[in-house]
Ligand binder design. Sequence first.
Ligand code: DSN
Length: 415
Amino acid sequence: MYDEVRRTDPEIAAVLEAELGRQRDQLEMIASENFTSRAVMETMGSVLTNKYAEGYPGKRYYGGCVHVDEAEMLAKKRAMALFGAERANVQPHSGSTANMTAYLSVLKPGEKILGLSLSHGGHLTHGHPVNFSGLLFEAHHYEVDETTETIDYDRLREQALAERPRMIVGGASAYPRFWDYEKLRSIADEIEAVLVFDMAHIAGLVAGGVHPSPVPHCDLVTSTTHKTLRGPRGGIVLAKKSFFKNVNKMNFPGIQGGPLMHVIAAKAVCFHECMQDSFKTYAKNMVENARVLGEELVERGFHLVSGGTDNHLVLVNVAGKGLTGKDMEHLLEHVGITVNKNTVPFDKESPFVTSGVRVGTPALTSRGMGPDEMRAIAAIMDEAVRAREDEDALAALRGRAAELSAAYPLYQELV
Ligand code: DSN
């Protein structure tokens, strides 16, 4: 696979090989990561990377776009069919530019937005002060309830009525529960706000029919394509027809220049894969694996934020185990399990330390792992916490994690 780069650039070839080894050998449980198909990777590594195509199919600023037009039209058509959307823009380079496109297509700088607080599971692009969304707009935040650790829609409504944002944004990067889109819609309607939903984390579950879809309820829906959707790294905006013209104008020329045609073609490949029955099974398995993992952790005395999960991730508060999220992330990495530290609602620790870890099942489910492996992983996590001062015990746990990885080969054709 890497023959040419090995010949021309051994230093980068070494990086590629080392990363392939890391992905194969570790138990990848970062909730936003996945393993794409070879078809997606081949398309991303194709000649389409050479092509400039500013504009949209049939209306480009460059000649020679006949074939990339075809790829983009397929990607749009498939995105609309997959999600039942009226319109789709498949050009955003990332989830962040998808959100920027959506927001600026309906708002002027300085207007008010209302999104879930980052420390309660939201995302930087939902109005955090260090992000464009907090810099360009007057951002307000809703939170989860302290007892249930789920979104308090009554308080959200009160806030919306008091602050009257022009846009409400739903969606999260660390929220394990279903969303109540009807409630969000009715609150947005009450104050005549635009309703945007960022479904980056759950898009694959929505596509697979195991999570309710925000598309019928929202004016604009954004997503990445590389998380549970298992496609190339990138973004999309789905829109109601009346919002679409502004979305297009804002993505290009408003925000981006030349679209990444190799990635857009790979998005089309991904959407096609997501339409297959095998993807429905995959989506179901991601959720089942997260449920089993969560239950096993609860049985071992871990606190799950909101008490469980409806989706592909669990947010584990490890403070009760005498650890910070940072300690837990390091400890798990030491035994061969990759997760990320994450704030939990009302966290007393800083975002660099945190009291929690976010653990997701998309990548290991792609490798074929199921409930038995989740039980084995929960046991490794628990034993690692208990044996955290005992290097021999940790080495034995690392061996058990490595055995699990080895039993589910990854990218075998790549050497
Ligand atoms: N960084 C992504 C995540 O890990 O959830 C969100 O953009």
